[in-house]
Design a protein around this ligand. Structure first.
Ligand SMILES: [Zn+2]
Length: 280
């Protein structure tokens, strides 16, 4: 039933795109109907050219305990987790995420989530050795958005991570209708909860960021659902990794089979030797 609803929604957007003369939010050219190569998907707010310019995917590993973990334990894979980011957090990606965060242009997320879905589909279907990323080659994943404290919700109205996860789930459903073998994604909302308020991370240095989010998360009522399952942690931006570090600490207690991190953007550090760009 939900699949039919998703398909109808996609058809509606498709029809709207045909009559919609709104310009691309980035280049201001008329947003002509643009279907991507492998999927009936109409870009709603950002044109295909601008999205192609934006997409410079990167994969790497986030070490769970950056201060104590040695190179050996990083390589063993026991304390580090693979991440996938759609673009470096600079230039156009930074501008678009600022529009989403500061101007509440949440609608942009539906266009940004589509190439992220395609990237996930590609990477998870190509097997563990793909491009240096040890992502498990599975067909089905549970999506866990990084939660937000309830005190922030009245102001911000929406949790961006949850919106991204919702769009990814939607694309997986509609794509599944047209493909024999497709990626199945399911959003599970209350695996993690934020139990105390935190300050915005962007004004803090690395150490302050760690302290700011320390023990800020706890397992929620859906935590039991992820035991022995493959999960993907979703957030909008991965910067110092402090928030992700705290989330991972809790998620591991629920004993999922594997954890993958997926974000729209990733801050590029100069000595960020573990990451690599993905050719698309
Ligand atoms: Zn454009």
């Amino acid at each position: 039933m939900k699949t039919i609803y998703c398909l109808l929604k996609e058809i509606l957007f498709w029809a709207l795109a045909l009559v919609n003369e709104a310009p691309c939010r980035v280049c201001l050219r008329p947003l002509a109907f643009t279907a991507s190569e492998n999927f009936v998907h109409a870009n709603r707010h950002i044109c295909r050219d601008c999205l192609s310019y934006l997409c410079q995917p990167e994969t790497g590993r986030l070490v769970l305990e950056p201060e104590t973990c040695t190179e050996t334990c990083t390589n063993s894979g026991t304390s580090s987790f693979a991440y996938i980011a759609l673009a470096p957090y600079e230039d156009l990606a930074k501008d678009l995420i600022a529009l989403v965060k500061q101007k509440a242009e949440h609608r942009l997320l539906c266009d940004l989530a589509f190439p992220l879905y395609c990237l996930l589909d590609k990477i998870t279907s190509e097997g563990p050795a793909t491009r240096g990323l040890t992502a498990p080659n599975r067909q089905s994943y549970l999506l866990i958005p990084i939660p937000m404290h309830k005190s922030k919700l009245p102001k911000q109205k929406q949790n961006h991570a949850k919106l991204i996860a919702g769009h990814l789930e939607h694309y997986a459903r509609t794509q599944g209708i047209f493909k024999k073998k497709s990626l199945r994604l399911q959003l599970v909302d209350e695996v993690l909860v934020q139990i105390r308020e935190t300050k915005p991370q962007k004004y803090l240095n690395k150490r302050e960021r760690r302290l700011n989010v320390q023990n800020a998360f706890a397992l929620g009522k859906d935590a039991a659902k992820i035991k022995d399952k493959d999960v993907i942690l979703i957030d909008d931006v991965l910067t110092s990794g402090a928030t992700m570090y705290e989330a991972l600490k809790e998620i591991r207690k629920a004993q999922p089979r594997s954890i993958l991190i997926c974000t729209l953007a990733r801050t590029i550090y100069i000595n960020h030797a573990k990451s690599r760009r993905v050719e698309t």
